[in-house]
Structures are given as structure tokens and as C-alpha cells.
Write a protein that binds this ligand. Structure first.
Ligand code: F6R
Length: 243
């Protein structure tokens, strides 16, 4: 595991965008696994800026997003489909038919999870998977659990995740209670993984996940077992790891 220290959020965003940009330059038809949440917003802005300057070409890439709320439609501005279009897809030359997000409106969980897992396999898996880190160590919507769930599945969100995500909704009652997410096995199949983390509020979980025991109680801890993980985190997020 490589840990790259950034000065602050802006520096973290630029460093992470550089890594994604290098991936696209080295393999123009690569498969990018993407994440939502507040942490990657700055890096998406940076990628859009470089695209507008003519430095990046998204025309041959494919994307697979980590997760989506179950029950939110694409027009809902809190859906991850909407987020990705708002922050990245609408601003670059990615082919719309090559972008993939789980279908939150598919009521049959088994069917949707099978479809999504098969789709990722048919693309040959992600060349580079981007991840954020939840306060409880979740990655995607893989919450602390007795076991590591392998494949794409439907999860019941924990109270802590509902609490963390309610800032985006009118009230906690409006936060969906379930989501579709790639499994830990799906994530671990990615050839490379890039984790972005920012802020002092993540310092404790960064220390637990990246230097503590590997346990499904801290889902991100499994990343210690992957052969090509890069964590780009700002000083505040790394403050407890150093101790
Ligand atoms: C988003 C996702 C989540 C977030 C995590 C951190 O697609 O899968 O695991 O990465 O909740 O969110 P932020 O970046 O908002 O702290």
C-alpha cells in the first residue's frame, strides 16, 4: 500500500486527478471504477479542467460506479447517477453508453446485482477503482458486517451512514434505507485501487483501516491485502496514522 500525503483537500484532489489522468493516458480504453461522495468532487473538477484544456480524452474509456441508492430515479438530484453526470460525465467526452451505474429503480435486487456483476466481468473488471472512505470504514456501501460480502449486493444502510448522508436530503427520513453496491470481492478484483481521504474527522478510521487488523468490522481494512493500492490523503486525515 502506497500512502501519499497531500497538504490539503486541493492538493489531494490534484494528486489523485494526476493518477487517474495517467491511467487514461497510459490506457485510453481503460475501465475506470468511480465513486461519489464529497471527497472526489475536487478531483472530478480537476479532470474536467484538464479535459477542457485539451489534455485529457475520455472518448474510449468505460466507467463502472461503485454504488447507487435503491429506489431513487436518475432524475433525483441525490441519485449517484445524477451526481456522476453533474460532476463529470456531462462535462467530458465520455460516451454515455459506456458509463455504468447500478440501476436504483430495479426492484428485483437479485436480478440487478447479477446484471451489474456480469457487466463488470464482461468489461474485464476495473483497471483503476477510485474509492472514498466512510467514517465507519465502509467502502462503496459495504458496511461493517460479520463477513466480507463478495459480489454486488443490496445492503441495508447503517444508522451511521444514514446520519452522514442526511446532509444531502431534506431530512433523515428521506435518505433511502437500501443501496446496491459492488461487493468487496468486486472491488478487490480491480487491477489498481486509488483511495482518497480528506479531513481530521477521517483520521481515526484511516489509522484503523490502513494500520489495524484486517477485519470485516472495518471493510476498508481488506485493502491492505490488495497488491496495488494508493491512498492519497491530506495531512489532517493522516494525522493519527503517523502516531
Ligand atoms: C460513494 C461511496 C461511499 C463514499 C464514502 C465517503 O460512492 O461509495 O463509500 O466514498 O461514504 O463519502 P465522503 O467522500 O462523502 O466522505
Amino acid at each position: 500500500m502506497r500512502i501519499i500525503e497531500a497538504k490539503d483537500y486541493k492538493d489531494m484532489s490534484r494528486k489523485a486527478a494526476n493518477i487517474i489522468s495517467a491511467q487514461i493516458i497510459l490506457k485510453p480504453d481503460c475501465v475506470l471504477g468511480l465513486a461519489t461522495g464529497s471527497t472526489p468532487i475536487g478531483l472530478y473538477e480537476q479532470l474536467v479542467e484538464w479535459y477542457k484544456k485539451g489534455d485529457l480524452d475520455f472518448s474510449r474509456i468505460s466507467t463502472v460506479n461503485l454504488d447507487e441508492y435503491k429506489g431513487l430515479n436518475r432524475e433525483n438530484d441525490q441519485s449517484y447517477y445524477y451526481f456522476m453526470h453533474d460532476h463529470l460525465f456531462n462535462h467530458v467526452n465520455v460516451r454515455p453508453e459506456c458509463t455504468n451505474v447500478p440501476n436504483g429503480m430495479e426492484p428485483d435486487s437479485e436480478k440487478e446485482c447479477r446484471r451489474y456483476e456480469e457487466l463488470i466481468d464482461s468489461l474485464g473488471g476495473a483497471d483503476l477503482q477510485l474509492l472514498g472512505l466512510g467514517h465507519n470504514g465502509h467502502i462503496g456501501f459495504n458496511e461493517p458486517a460479520p463477513i466480507f460480502e463478495k459480489t454486488t449486493h443490496c445492503v441495508d444502510l447503517t444508522e451511521s451512514t444514514i446520519e452522514a448522508n442526511k446532509r444531502f436530503f431534506a431530512s433523515a427520513d428521506e435518505v433511502p434505507r437500501q443501496a446496491y453496491t459492488m461487493g468487496i470481492g468486486t472491488i478487490m478484483k480491480a487491477k489498481k485501487i486509488l483511495v482518497v481521504v480528506s479531513g481530521e474527522d477521517k483520521a481515526e478510521i484511516v489509522a484503523k483501516a490502513f494500520s489495524g487488523d484486517v477485519t470485516p468490522d472495518v471493510p476498508a481494512s481488506i485493502l491492505q491485502m490488495h497488491r496495488d493500492v494508493t491512498v492519497v490523503a491530506d495531512q489532517a486525515a493522516l494525522s493519527k496514522l503517523r502516531q
